[in-house]
Design a protein around this ligand. Structure first.
Ligand code: ZN
Length: 235
């Protein structure tokens, strides 16, 4: 099998690994105007990863985890919040922090830094849910994929290149809440992946960045893969 990546609109992705492990990253499916109807109810899932506490990233994570009895990996404060308030079973193996790596179903999950916020609404007030993260997914015999999460560009993306050498970088490009194409082009250079997949754009009118704006800014040799929502890429 080959590793595949399916964009589900916004920052939601499904990745199927070489060995058939199915991973959802930031599974904002119901309520996501760009998620194809046929994708709102997953058929199966082995692992869920949530980069931070905003509702457009936590999405259906808890419901998917309960239905398929699969782990949800998230930064420790957010993961603890999902246990204490949303009914996920507590499991410290699923709540690392930045720099930490956990393994589930043949996938090594490493949380990285991201420059963003992380919060949820609770009883009419904003509750902070730790720090926002990116994530690197590694597997035996398959591509290494870096999901930047929500972030601006930052110089330490060079460390992600140095340490993990991702083959594919999923970068937000929508602007307003994250970096737009100008910063994403520099992020792509720092991360050094030969293939870039744009995310977090086109969902709402505020998110104005487009793949067409990013494409001419990328270095020669970097391939921009911009699937339509519901489209599957072979990595
Ligand atoms: Zn966010």
């Amino acid at each position: 099998m080959a590793t595949t990546l399916t964009w589900l609109g916004h920052a939601a992705f499904r990745m199927d690994t070489e060995t058939g492990t199915r991973v959802y990253v930031d599974p904002f499916l119901n309520g996501n105007p760009k998620c194809p109807d046929a994708e709102r109810e997953p058929e199966r899932c082995d692992l869920v990863i949530v980069t931070h506490g905003h509702g457009d990233h936590v999405g259906d994570a808890v419901a998917i985890s309960k239905r398929f009895e699969c782990p949800v990996v998230a930064q420790v404060e957010l993961r603890d919040w999902l246990s204490t308030n949303e009914g996920l079973p507590e499991d410290s193996r699923q709540s690392p922090n930045k720099g930490g790596t956990v393994s589930f179903a043949g996938v090594r999950v490493t949380l990285t830094d991201a420059n963003h916020s992380s919060s949820t609404w609770h009883n009419g007030a904003i509750l902070y849910t730790g720090e926002s993260t990116g994530v690197v997914l590694r597997q035996e015999g398959g591509p290494t994929v870096y999901f930047a999460g929500d972030t601006n560009v930052f110089g330490d993306m060079a460390l992600i290149k140095r340490i993990y050498a991702p083959d594919v970088a999923v970068l937000p490009i929508g602007d307003h809440y994250t970096m737009g194409p100008d910063e994403a082009a520099v992020a792509a250079e720092l991360v050094g992946a030969s293939r870039v997949v744009p995310s977090h754009y086109g969902t709402f009118p505020l998110l104005t960045g487009t793949p067409d704006a990013l494409r001419p800014l990328l270095s020669a040799g970097v391939e921009l893969l911009a699937p339509a929502p519901g489209e599957t890429l072979t990595l």
